[in-house]
Design a protein around this ligand. Sequence first.
Ligand SMILES: Cc1cc2nc3c(=O)[nH]c(=O)nc-3n(C[C@H](O)[C@H](O)[C@H](O)COP(=O)(O)OP(=O)(O)OC[C@H]3O[C@@H](n4cnc5c(N)ncnc54)[C@H](O)[C@@H]3O)c2cc1C
Length: 418
Amino acid sequence: MSTLILGGGLTGLAAAWHLQQRGEAVEVWEAAESVGGWMKTLPWEGGHYETGPQGVLWQKGTAVDRLFASIELPFKSPGTGARWVGKGGRLIPVPASPPALLFSPLMPLGAKLRMMAEPFIPVRGAEPEEGLSAFITRRLGRGVATELLPAMVAGVLAAPPEILSVDAIPKLRQWEATGSLVNGIRRSGVSHMVVPEGGMGQLPIRLRARLAKVRTGLRAERMESLPDGRWRVSGGGETREADRVVLALPAFEAALLLGPVAPQSAEALAAIPYTSVDLWHSRHAPLPALKDSFGFLIHPPEGRGYLGSLVPSWMDPQSTPAGFMQLRSFIGGAFGKPADLDAWEGIFARLKHWIPTLSDAAAVRHERAERAIPRPELGHRARVQATLGGLPVGVDWLSNARFGPGVRDIVEGLETWS
Ligand SMILES: Cc1cc2nc3c(=O)[nH]c(=O)nc-3n(C[C@H](O)[C@H](O)[C@H](O)COP(=O)(O)OP(=O)(O)OC[C@H]3O[C@@H](n4cnc5c(N)ncnc54)[C@H](O)[C@@H]3O)c2cc1C
């Protein structure tokens, strides 16, 4: 069986690696000049910065662990860093354990007590699809849904939970299916945030090095079915015929290719919205409070477009020259962005509001991540089902919009798929 995979981001490369390990003939086409999609580590004076993921959740014996082992990818964990939620004008520590949450000012006492009833809430069937806020309200109470959830979701999907489907975070339903979220989390064990040596971009680079055929700078422009049931793909002046075509592409890109050959799938894919976000990387004099810190997320009503900041110098010390602390601030997303957040001065003023002792930046970089994050709104399940149901024989679509937003979701989804 020959397979042509379109898209050389993490999804396309990891899918190709699974197929190649099974002995199948695979070729990958990537439109950009280098592989990785959003997963790239770019050099920056004496260090580097990430265009996409800052780290990945790893646990011994899981799909991520197996993938890393199969490509001999060295990685390390920075440990468990302090994290905060910005609320009521100050940064409040996120408690490390559920009992500690009882004493935290993050939520009123009533909300905390309701949250502790979660193990006794009956499990609900998967249908009909529930909203993310409705799911959390049902299981953990309204207090968690309004006081804690918005900042957590903003940090992953840069969107408000009220508009999202529970399928936006597939782990939630998987955990509930074990009897309760508490039970599901306990059973799945503790994951650690890890970063490959040299940054996240090393993951696609290693995958590419092990794959027999990867073409970069080659955008697929057209697909057609052949009378013998095979597929022909053309683009950039090249043509390839294969038994199977896998579109490892964002939904809006896959929709363009599928329009003429699978209109139902194309229409469903085109209806999946994506969120853009602005990323500001900055270097400052180190602050003891942030030295061993993951970073902080801001309760969205208070953030007014400033979603929070991570501390890459803690997660990946190689990213930052000695004597500096590196921050990465997330702006806008589906919350929108007031005009003061268009320029560094505005971002810095917001940072100073939450960290008054922060020094001026010694260096700053801005990246716009356009249509970077899928936004699985309520109705997402039907859109994915309509997509998969409308695909002709010999065509598949793989994406974080199908498997879940994080690297771990993609890697686990692909292992099941393959
Ligand atoms: C800013 C940001 C921060 C993130 N942080 C984290 C994090 O900390 N932890 C975590 O687990 N996850 C994180 N993620 C999510 C994770 O990075 C993504 O889910 C994952 O990288 C998506 O990979 P992909 O291959 O599905 O898609 P993409 O990375 O979008 O790759 C798709 C590829 O297809 C190519 N392509 C498009 N059209 C064509 C065509 N017609 N022909 C050929 N090629 C084509 C594109 O050039 C691209 O390279 C983050 C994402 C972003 C954007």
